[in-house]
Design a protein around this ligand. Structure first.
Ligand SMILES: [Zn+2]
Length: 469
């Protein structure tokens, strides 16, 4: 069975061409000029539309246990929502907790995902307990296709690693060629400010944004970079939100260090102001926090995306309901009267592609090729999935989206597919809409209807990063 996507404009990270895409056996088998005589089994008309590589979101947390509850989306609901928004691959985070084996943690997450996903998926490993056994397991995990390890300079007593643990993990990563993903915020210092705010009776969500100071993200980024430099490890800073941290990344890259960073839509479009308005601000509690717009963080992040000082946009999708979740019960309300107890995280996996298309391409901040590069191609290269994923080329998986650049729609919790009772972008009008989504050559979303089933998505063992500066 062959499928032909006809009459569309195909865009990759480097090309824009008037071509038809021929698909067979789940892969792209030819890019054809308009004058051809191919008669496919099935045809999709893409006249006036863009034909793009499916999005790759390298930072999601489905079913993550956090702050006494669980992230609301399961692998089933979260990956289906991702598909609706034009994302055809996710990399989620398996968790090793203190005292537990990393390998066991990965197996547990494999079990959660298996048979449930709408799209293909891989895993990073959160190494929450660095010891001799974990270091050995890091190598075993690389052989299983888990080639990146996330560490936290934040959340003392939960996921936190001290500098010594970070150095040991980085030494091992340098030896194996794997990547260290870093949550760069100085959690020890932040916790002092948290306690002082609470002691003053400052308990509203807005204080979450005020105490987690951008300078302390910059400090942690600097320290992570220096530790990566001294150990020779490849470093990828996750969810970079602050200009101080971006300045550190720019300096490191100018010095030739193998340092990369991602940002997320919430840091490009939302700000500290959203954390105001009483407890409503809990919707926007994530770490790092939304930053002060007046301090210029957003403009600097966009500039970083244009100049390739930032290479990837992911979501850090980690939704918690404002009201009770049918299965997980109280979520954001856990932090009534104490902002430090609000589960950290925001929904976004469904919105990333359209938000960045609208705010980036439609509003003229970035070009089309760059849009593809930061949402699909570089994520695939960064985490060892390219060229199977992340482009439209002969031999690549036919993970393809058809986007109407002129169509508009309004984001709302009433119509989104994420299992969470609010949208961080409620009422926002988007220009540019993902209309058809193919995963491995099969249409899984069209006419705003899902045509796939749980288990269509399979585990992707990943290779080493293909990104050097
Ligand atoms: Zn995260």
């Amino acid at each position: 069975m062959t499928t032909l996507i006809r009459n569309g404009t195909v865009v990759t990270a480097v090309e824009k061409m008037e071509a038809d895409v021929l698909i067979d056996g789940g892969q792209v088998v030819a890019l054809l000029g308009r004058q051809h005589t191919v008669t496919p089994t099935e045809e999709i008309d893409a006249t006036g539309k863009l034909v793009l590589p499916g999005g790759i979101d390298v930072h999601t947390h489905m079913e993550l246990p956090f702050g006494g509850t669980f992230a609301a989306d399961t692998f089933e609901t979260g990956t289906r929502a991702a598909a609706f928004g034009g994302t055809t691959t996710i990399i989620d985070f398996a968790v090793q907790t203190k005292g537990q084996s990393a390998m066991k943690g990965w197996e547990a997450w494999m079990e959660k995902a298996r048979g449930n996903c709408a799209i293909d998926y891989g895993f990073h490993m959160i190494t929450g307990d660095i010891n001799d056994q974990t270091l050995k397991e890091m190598e075993l995990l690389v052989h299983e296709g888990v080639t990146s390890f996330k560490m936290f300079m934040a959340y003392p007593g939960v996921f936190y690693s001290d500098d010594g643990e970070i150095v040991r993990a980085m030494q091992k990563a340098a030896e194996d060629g794997s990547t260290i993903c870093m949550h760069a915020e100085n959690g020890i210092a932040i916790d002092v400010y948290v306690q002082q705010a609470l002691d003053r009776g400052e308990t509203d969500p807005i204080y979450h944004g005020i105490v987690r100071k951008s300078i302390l993200e910059g400090e942690a980024a600097h320290r992570a970079i220096k530790l990566a430099q001294v150990t020779g490890a490849q470093l990828y800073i996750v969810h970079l939100s602050a200009r101080e941290a971006l300045d550190e990344v720019i300096r490191a890259r100018d010095d030739g260090l193998n340092v990369h960073a991602e940002t997320c839509p919430q840091y490009l479009f939302l700000s500290l102001d959203d954390l105001g308005n009483g407890f409503e601000g809990a919707k926007y509690v994530a770490s790092p926090p939304l930053r002060d717009a007046a301090a210029g963080h957003q403009d600097r992040l966009w500039q970083g995306l244009r100049t390739n000082d930032l290479q990837v946009v992911s979501t850090d999708h980690c939704p918690f309901c404002m009201g009770d979740h049918p299965r997980f019960g109280t979520q954001k309300q856990l932090g009534q009267g104490d902002f430090s107890k609000i589960p950290n995280g925001m929904p976004g996996v469904e919105n990333r592609m359209e938000l960045i298309f609208n705010g980036g391409v439609s509003e003229g901040r970035i070009g089309l090729n760059r849009f593809v590069e930061i949402t699909a191609t570089t994520p695939a290269k960064m985490f060892g999935l390219y060229p199977k994923k992340g482009t439209i080329a002969v031999g690549s998986d036919a993970d393809i989206i058809i986007l109407d650049p002129e169509a508009t729609h309004v984001i709302s919790a009433d119509t989104h597919h994420m299992d969470v009772d609010y949208s961080a972008y409620e009422g926002w009008e988007m220009k540019g809409r993902v209309e058809t989504v193919l995963s491995k050559g099969r249409v899984i979303v069209s006419d705003n209807t899902y045509h796939g089933q749980p288990g269509d998505g399979v585990y992707l063992p990943r290779g080493l990063s293909q990104c050097l500066i």
